[in-house]
Design a protein around this ligand. Structure first.
Ligand SMILES: [Ca+2]
Length: 246
């Protein structure tokens, strides 16, 4: 990965936001150079952290910065993805050139290990402090639909703006067997949005991302629902880490 500067400049630090950084670490090295010759200025593992992490560079100048993975990531594969990168110039020298390439929008967490949203579920046994299985942190939500058409539903009377966000993201685990078939939809001032089909296989956590365009790009919403689509009572399953992301 190369970042082009106009000329050779002193480099102070590199900031990275790693894809799925809260669930895996990446062994990387950072090199700077003039396009032909490179000098390694840092190597190590990225933090287990979803936000921006800062890597300070000591006394390096270059026109290019090369970031590469040196071994498989902590999930044991060669998948390597960086969401955001910033390269900062050395501020103490006479040609300071901080050039942040973007300002990340904070993610809006609806459920991490708990939620401030009200439980408006129906015909459903819900535990917001379930301790196993958990995708991240210490708790997940356990969900058991007790009859057909039941629903897990969270309500926020103040409304949740979608400005700056493009996706609803959560992790789901289908329980011990089979596949949970659910709908996910939002509620806005003008009613329910389109229902999006989500199938959740048993046995492991999977990442689910739904583009807000699938919900018709509402400017805000007051409620989010995960409802039964199998039209029968369903075995217990789990949801964790519900958030809006850029
Ligand atoms: Ca959690």
């Amino acid at each position: 990965m190369l970042h082009l500067w106009g000329s050779v400049k002193p480099i102070d630090k590199v900031k990275l936001m790693m894809y799925n950084g809260s669930s895996r670490t990446y062994p990387i090295k950072i090199e700077v150079g003039d396009g032909t010759n490179y000098t390694q200025v840092w190597n190590g593992n990225t933090l287990l952290n979803e936000g921006m992490q800062t890597i300070n560079i000591t006394q390096a100048t270059g026109k290019y910065v090369k970031i590469s993975m040196t071994a498989n990531n902590s999930n044991g594969n060669s998948w390597f993805s960086i969401c955001e990168t910033e390269i900062w110039g050395q501020s103490s020298l006479s040609t300071p050139t901080p050039t942040p390439t973007s300002t990340p929008t904070p993610e809006a967490v609806i459920y991490g290990d708990s939620t401030t949203w009200a439980n408006w579920s129906w015909n459903t046994t819900v535990n917001f402090s379930n301790t196993s299985p958990v995708y991240a942190g210490s708790n997940s939500i356990s969900v058991k639909y007790n009859s057909a058409w039941a629903g897990l539903s969270l309500y926020n009377g103040s409304g949740q703006s979608t400005s700056g966000y493009s996706k609803l993201r959560f992790y789901a685990h289908g329980g011990s067997s089979g596949t949970r078939q659910i709908w996910v939809y939002l509620h806005t001032a003008s009613g329910e949005t389109t229902k999006v089909n989500v199938d959740i296989p048993a046995g492991s956590w999977s990442l689910r991302e739904i583009n807000l365009s699938n919900f018709g790009n509402p400017a805000s919403f007051t409620r989010i629902t995960f409802a039964d689509r199998q039209r029968v009572a369903q075995p217990i399953f789990y949801i964790d880490d519900i958030r809006l992301v850029p």
